[in-house]
Design a protein around this ligand. Sequence first.
Ligand code: C2E
Ligand code: MG
Ligand code: MG
Ligand code: MG
Length: 285
Amino acid sequence: QDAGYLAGRIQVYESGRDAAQQRQVQLIRDLRRAAQREELLLHYQPKLDLRNPASIQAEGLLRWQHPQFGMVSPGEFIPLAERTGSIQMLSAWVIEEGMRQLQAWRQRGQVVLLSLNISTEDLMDVDLPERVGRLLAHYQVPASQLIFEITESGVMRNPAQALQVLQGLREQGIGLSVDDFGTGYSSLAQLKRMPVQELKIDQSFIRELHETSEDAVIVRSTIEMSHSLGLKVVAEGVELQDSLDLLKRWNCDSVQGYLISRPLAAAAFEAWMQRPLNSPVSSVH
Ligand code: C2E
Ligand code: MG
Ligand code: MG
Ligand code: MG
């Protein structure tokens, strides 16, 4: 067939695809250049240590300011990056940006304990511990200021390989936390074999927490079992004062959620660090 005929066919095919699919194709293509075009940034969501409210802690959350679509949620682009081989580049950017920021805060006398999300693919990368170690040295940030959040599915895909990488990170002194706990298939017994120190109960169990709900049974027993295994527990997605009160009563170690603060741009997080410690949320301690 001649080229005109083919071009026509492609045209029909293109316009026949729905907008969502076209958006995906474009996001996948643009992701590869997002870092070098300086479209990425980290936001910081405060994490409140209920036993030590003066300690400054945060989770770094990736944001992508797309030139055409505006702010694209990581819930949308992280899974695309994982499927198309861009995730390691994103993780590398996140880790370096986190350390650059930790160094800048240290230079102003602020010691922040920062949690960063890493993906399944990163746990398959045996060079990760050494690379992170070099970055820590370069930015002069103690490993004790860094926690990596991993997911259950990330570990379960290839437990032996993941264990090797996790042990390497642990040997550097980096903290390890299991994110979205309760949504995967692993048990606390399996986690016990992983060198993790912390577990984050998924927000789906926290958001509508009432004393008598099924979620309450799950959350309470997860806290108790974790503590008997020597793990710290973070509740994520805390939106209501009542939930916070219950979590305190049940000895949850830390909380994160819109009730404490939404994720903040670096400058806003710096303002948050300066808040008086007797502000409403921290004083309920
Ligand atoms: P996550 O690590 O479980 O992070 C918590 C998510 O819940 C964040 O969404 C946060 O903004 C949101 N959140 C926090 N508190 C509340 C609350 O009280 N209510 C509600 N409704 N939501 C709350 P975000 O920033 O959109 O991130 C979504 C997910 O994308 C993250 O879930 C994480 O799995 C992934 N992600 C974000 N940044 C990165 C990154 O740098 N690397 C990787 N690999 N994944 C990332
Ligand atoms: Mg997380
Ligand atoms: Mg989570
Ligand atoms: Mg998540």
